[in-house]
Design a protein around this ligand. Structure first.
Ligand SMILES: Nc1ncnc2c1ncn2[C@@H]1O[C@H](COP(=O)(O)OP(=O)(O)O)[C@@H](O)[C@H]1O
Ligand SMILES: [Mg+2]
Length: 461
């Protein structure tokens, strides 16, 4: 069945047991309630098939299929492409994997999740607005209606399912909304589609769990959350994954949840349980948001447990090389932070010229590569080719030994490099402007480079 860009499969109930025979099936315009096929069971009983199915949302949808060998779990094969540089390059999310975005109020969780919903290379997005204010939820729906699907055209809403549960709705409904979203995601995955589930925010969901548990007079655990908080959060994220259906169709469900700890303290039960359950941690920092260093993902605290496996499994050697470059960038950012700390204590005179160069390189990587302007039509989304070209350019700056005589010269050079790099990010792909900025950047770098040592040039000749 076609519905705009989605091809719906007419599926048998997911917990059907034994051998059933298809009596008849017809496609064509239909509502979800119309009978489209009929099955005959082992005892001759008949079963009408509709597009709509009933399912208890707390149960994993493919459970019976997996048990009967009618579906197979597959390992993640590659990352989802989000076109957000800091995620794709430094902290990738596996297709069928999980990620959490904890951050204090106002750090950019909702904006980031909107970008992920809009630009990730998936077929269907399920967006669960959980426990947020009604005004914000309405705004989200309007945005999706207004925005174009950048990959295939048409309204973004055509490939998006929104599950709404505002802060004014009953607590039990809020608890169920997360499960409803996951179940809808599993349903589309079963059709062989790539699905992204976005939950904003899982903290509100955990608070609903706490309230329900309190009313049931269960023994509370830490901070009044139920003792089973850990396993409940884990079970939610465990519903992600790649699955091959009986007909060979491979689908995936990737889950990305926002966490909003009070005061931005990551050492609280919901954040801690979530970090133990997910494979990628994108930690937002209030300090970065305050400096408007968006997306405010802090590269010093974030991690991806998927990065190593994805790089090892990558078929393209260039992908593996980029994983090494990502490791080099992470190391540079850490050393840059050490220098920044020394600088804060001793002032600039307390650090060596080479350390200043290192610090400036780290700042350059941050401004030009990690930060990305969500309000610029070009920079908002960096497709793989543009991201890779920029990474190659940035690595030249990172790896180049520089011969600069003074702190002023160092600062002047990096001011210029940063200006050129940022403008480059605003220039359209293939534009003369872009080419000019790239060559100006390299020329500025060449002019400041130390000449190649004589021994090296004789070795290579
Ligand atoms: N990527 C971004 N680029 C520019 N501004 C941003 C970005 N992310 C967040 N902001 C700014 O921060 C504000 C709060 O972001 P929001 O996502 O609503 O925070 P949260 O959901 O974490 O409370 C936004 O209204 C916007 O002004
Ligand atoms: Mg928000």
């Amino acid at each position: 069945m076609e519905e705009r860009r989605i091809r719906h499969r007419i599926m048998a109930p997911f917990d059907l047991q034994g051998t059933w025979r298809l009596l008849w099936i017809e496609a064509g315009p239909a509502t979800v309630e119309d009978v489209l096929a009929e099955l005959a069971g082992p005892g001759g009983e008949r079963l009408a098939i509709r597009l709509a199915q009933d399912w208890p949302v707390r149960r994993r949808l493919p459970e019976a299929l997996l048990a009967q060998g009618l579906a197979t779990r597959l390992a993640p094969s590659g990352p989802i492409v989000t076109t957000i540089r800091i995620i794709d390059t430094l902290f990738p999310v596996a297709r069928g994997g999980t990620a959490a975005i904890p951050g204090p109020f106002g750090a950019g969780k909702t904006v980031l999740q909107g970008l992920l919903a809009r630009y990730s290379d998936v077929d269907v997005v399920v967006y669960v607005a959980c426990g947020e204010r009604a005004g914000e939820v309405v705004e989200t729906i309007r945005d999706f209606q207004r925005m174009e699907d950048p990959r295939r055209g048409g309204a973004l809403l055509d490939r998006t399912v929104i599950v709404c549960n505002t802060s004014s709705m009953p607590v039990a409904a809020r608890e169920a909304s997360i499960y409803t979203g996951v179940t809808i995601g599993e349903y589309y995955r079963q059709m062989g589609l790539d699905v992204l589930l976005i939950a904003d925010s899982t903290s509100r969901w955990a608070q609903a769990l706490r309230e329900t548990s309190g009313r049931l007079e269960e023994i509370p655990g830490e901070e009044g959350y139920p003792a089973y908080l850990d396993s409940t959060i884990r079970a939610f994220y465990d519903r992600s994954g790649r699955i091959r259906a009986a007909d060979g169709a491979v689908g995936s469900l990737t889950i990305i949840g926002a966490v909003s700890p009070a005061g931005g303290d990551f050492d609280e039960p919901v954040t801690r349980s979530t970090l133990a359950a997910v494979k990628t941690f994108l930690g937002l920092s209030a300090e970065r948001a305050y400096r408007r260093a968006y997306p405010a993902i802090d590269p010093l605290i974030s991690w991806s447990r998927s990065a190593g496996a994805l790089a090892a499994r990558a078929e393209d050697p260039a992908d593996r090389a980029r994983a090494d470059q990502a490791a080099a960038i992470r190391a540079l950012l850490r050393r840059g932070e050490e220098v920044a700390q020394t600088l804060r204590v001793t002032g600039e005179d307390g650090i060596a010229l080479q350390d200043l160069v290192l610090l400036e390189k780290a700042r350059f990587v941050d401004s030009v590569f990690l930060q990305q302007d969500a309000f610029d039509p070009v920079d908002v989304s960096a497709p793989p080719a543009r991201q890779q070209a920029l990474l190659a350019l940035v690595m030249q700056v990172v790896e180049r030994p520089l011969a600069l005589a003074s702190r002023d010269a160092v600062r002047r050079l990096f001011q210029e490099l940063t200006r050129l790099g940022r403008n480059l990010n605003y220039a359209a792909d293939g534009s003369p402007e872009r080419a000019r900025l790239a060559s100006e950047l390299l020329a500025a770098l060449d002019a400041a480079s130390s000449p190649a040592p004589a021994s090296r040039s004789t070795e290579t000749s």
